[in-house]
Design a protein around this ligand. Structure first.
Ligand code: TXA
Ligand code: MG
Length: 303
């Protein structure tokens, strides 16, 4: 059976997207959705993103689309922007939305993901990694976490290598609730204001997933602006020299390339049995650099 047949049969399959690989299940199969939580070790209160072909697929689930929903999707779909909207709750299995009255939607850009969704209808897809680990950006990464026999539709390495940006409409404004591969400044061009990044408050997190340990390799990561001789493994950038390190991983030259290589590099540390690494934190402000620093900060909080 191919990927869409497996999904239509109620199986879980890993599917490539332009951001990261997703662990897919059909919205029509709540049992398969439950299996995703078990496979990942994902807390039940962390809802999933529903992947669709276009805005037309979102309409049956919602009471009313928030203002500027259509301008945002016209600018960024298909692509790495996820929008959280209030829904008609009985239209979406409780397990997929973790009991919330909202759901997150995105139309992926990867041709294989699009082809599968065209044959299956909407698919939930969290990133295809064990909860807490760096996301999977190749089919091999998925197999590393879920076993060599796990069904993966291999679409090669993900172009972006970084998750989608997640937004919600709250108190008359769109806000970013998970940083991702689209920067706030790019969204400003559509909205006319820079969407602020919020985590909500402790009692009511804006994005439940932000509560959990994330993106972390087994290796201990230290973020630093100054290097010294005891720092044996260094993660840095093209065009710089790191004479202190005996082993250096170069993420790339520009931010797009750096984000694309981040998770694969964090996984490499564990593959090579490296226990400690120092990451160069001399980076620019603004744009996608904000996402890089946030991911590195989370990845370094692993013990
Ligand atoms: O790029 C991506 O977004 C990838 C690919 C596979 O599409 N998917 C992904 O899914 O990163 P996941 O499950 O790893 O992260 C989804 C995030 C979680 O932090 C979750 O809490 C949040 O989206 N989320 C989902 N539904 C939500 C909702 N109704 N309200 C607030 N946050 C929501
Ligand atoms: Mg994830």
């Amino acid at each position: 059976m191919n990927a869409s047949e497996l999904l239509n049969n109620g199986e879980v399959v890993a599917v490539p997207t332009e951001t990261v690989y997703g662990l897919a299940a059909s919205l029509k199969h709540p049992k398969a959705i439950e299996k995703i939580y078990l496979l990942k070790g994902r807390p039940a209160n962390n809802p999933l993103i529903i992947h669709v072909s276009s805005v037309r697929d979102v309409v049956p689930f919602v009471k009313q689309l928030p203002p500027e929903f259509e301008s945002l999707t016209a600018a960024f779909w298909p692509g790495p922007l996820t929008l959280v909207v209030p829904i008609i709750s009985e239209t979406i299995p409780t397990v997929a939305r973790a009991g919330l009255q909202t759901a997150a939607f995105r139309a992926p850009k990867h041709p294989l993901a699009q082809e599968v969704i065209a044959k299956t209808g909407p698919l939930v897809m969290p990133s295809a990694n064990l909860s807490g680990k760096p996301s999977a950006t190749t089919a091999e990464h998925v197999k590393e976490d879920f076993g060599a026999d796990f069904p993966v539709l291999d679409g090669g390495p993900c172009v972006q290598g970084m998750e989608s940006t997640v937004m919600r409409y709250h108190e008359n404004q769109w806000e970013i609730i998970r940083l991702g591969c689209i920067a706030a400044e790019e969204i400003e061009i559509v909205l006319g204001y820079v969407p602020r990044y919020t985590q909500g408050d402790g009692k009511k997190p804006a994005c439940p997933g932000q509560l959990y340990r994330h993106y972390a390799p087994k290796a201990k990561l230290h973020l630093t602006r100054h290097f010294s001789k005891n720092m044996k493994t260094i993660i840095g950038y093209e065009g710089r020299v790191y004479p202190e390190g005996s082993r250096t991983f170069i993420l790339g030259e520009n931010i797009k390339e750096i984000l694309a290589n981040l998770y694969a590099t964090l996984r490499r540390l564990d593959q090579e049995g490296i226990q400690e690494a120092w990451v160069d934190l001399n980076v620019s402000d603004g744009g996608q650099w904000v996402t890089l620093v946030e991911r590195l900060t989370k990845a370094s909080n692993n013990n």
